[in-house]
Write a protein that binds this ligand. Structure first.
Ligand SMILES: Cc1cc2nc3c(=O)[nH]c(=O)nc-3n(C[C@H](O)[C@H](O)[C@H](O)COP(=O)(O)OP(=O)(O)OC[C@H]3O[C@@H](n4cnc5c(N)ncnc54)[C@H](O)[C@@H]3O)c2cc1C
Length: 373
């Protein structure tokens, strides 16, 4: 057994755990970060080259402050590290205007977005469809459609964000253990004993940020509140001569009544491909049970249902597809709670498909909360 006791152990070094570890490392606390793999990795919820960030988050007005604070923290991290984590491209939220639709559990997502932008002083426009067509001809928006355009939206580089915060945390004195799954956590007096595969370690306080694997630490009743939903990201080849995909904003588009009637995408980063995806809410029991391969049939279905007739300037040629997953709560809200009422043991689930943009600020919130600041 290691005979040292850490002030705080952060278990799980995805988006949320890494941000928490980094924030804790700045306080001078003796901190340990532990992950079952070697982050950034491709087995959790924080990979795939890009994540959208936007300030007027239709998921809930209470999350706007987190999104704004995260932008400040990303910029702070960029100036310390010299890495570019956030790219401002502007963002479009397209509503086909045919039927009401909801996203991440929020009915009237488009109207909520506009309302929150207005209430929270976020710079936005409602361009005409002609303007959108002129600037971004890839989108075949029906005449009933409406578009919200946000200036500060853009994308984050998830792998770089994780790598950079881990490196900074280490520079500040944090210890990091990779390839070290935590098997159990036991209370021992006023500290905790963490059992790993080949060793154990003590910590006075714990932040448990294991993403979808949170299910391994919860009671049967609690774990049933979290749905693991497989998601697929596709990189499609650009059709030359149609539009310049490198100068596109990030975009999201709701076009039907079902939660799956939704697509989103990014500007081309390499000038050759565009990353696009939809959402799926089919439940898989556990992250370890996910099918990690993407079949040609799935790609075909994606093309027919989500690209054809909606987005021009792409070829039916899948350069790459990648599997990721959401951990979804019923109302798509984040959970951040003391385990069994113990304020020295916080657990967090911040996904439901919209957590990355908030992760920097969530790390700050968790760090302060666990230290009682
Ligand atoms: C396809 C896709 C697209 C998304 N798009 C967006 C977007 O555009 N904008 C946005 O804001 N959000 C988006 N999200 C959501 C966002 O990516 C997630 O909210 C966020 O990545 C969740 O991070 P996490 O730290 O909770 O989980 P994870 O990144 O999965 O991290 C959990 C970590 O815990 C580790 N772990 C698990 N069990 C143990 C254990 N027993 N011991 C030690 N370590 C353990 C894992 O190895 C992992 O590294 C998207 C998610 C997906 C899947």
């Amino acid at each position: 057994m290691e005979n040292q006791t850490f002030d705080v152990a952060v278990i799980g070094l995805g988006a949320v755990g890494t941000a928490t570890l980094y924030q804790l490392s700045k306080t001078g606390a003796k901190v340990l970060g532990i992950d079952r793999f070697a982050p950034p990795h491709i087995l959790g919820s924080s990979h795939g080259e890009t994540r959208i960030t936007r300030l007027a988050v239709g998921e809930g007005e209470e999350y706007v402050a987190l999104a704004k604070r995260s932008h400040e923290i990303w910029e702070e991290i960029e100036s310390i590290s010299g890495q570019q984590i956030k790219t401002r491209t502007g963002g479009l939220l397209i509503d086909s205007g045919v039927v009401p639709w909801s996203k991440h559990g929020s009915e009237g997502f488009w109207d909520r977005t506009v309302r929150f932008a207005h209430n929270q002083g976020i710079e936005y426009r409602i361009p005409t469809l002609e303007e959108v067509e002129e600037c971004f001809p890839a989108f075949e928006i029906p005449a009933t459609g409406k578009v919200y355009q946000e200036k500060e939206a853009g994308f984050l580089r998830p792998e770089l964000a994780i790598q950079t915060q881990l490196a900074l945390a280490q520079q500040n004195g944090a210890e990091i253990w990779t390839h070290s799954p935590v098997l159990s956590i036991k209370e021992e007096g006023d500290s905790f004993l963490l059992e790993l595969e080949n060793r154990s370690v003590k910590a006075k306080k714990i932040v448990l940020a294991t993403g979808g694997w949170i299910k391994d630490f919860l009671s049967p009743e609690e774990k049933s509140k979290f749905k693991i939903c497989r998601q697929v990201l596709h990189w499609l080849e650009i059709e030359p001569g149609v539009t310049d995909w490198t100068r596109y904003p990030v975009w999201m588009w709701g076009f039907g009544p079902h939660p799956e009637d939704f697509i989103y995408g990014f500007p081309s980063l390499d000038g050759l491909t565009v990353k696009m995806a939809s959402e799926s809410f089919v439940e898989v029991e556990h992250p370890d049970r996910l099918v990690r391969e993407v079949s040609a049939e799935e790609q075909e279905m994606f093309w027919e249902a989500k690209v054809e007739g909606k987005v021009k300037g792409l070829k039916k040629s899948f350069v790459k597809s990648s599997v990721c997953f959401y951990t979804v709560t019923e109302d798509a809200r984040f959970v951040l709670e003391p385990m069994r009422g113990n304020p020295n043991f916080l657990w967090v689930s911040a996904c439901s498909g919209h957590g990355f943009k908030h992760s920097a600020a969530l790390g700050e919130v968790l760090s302060r909360k666990i230290l009682g600041l």
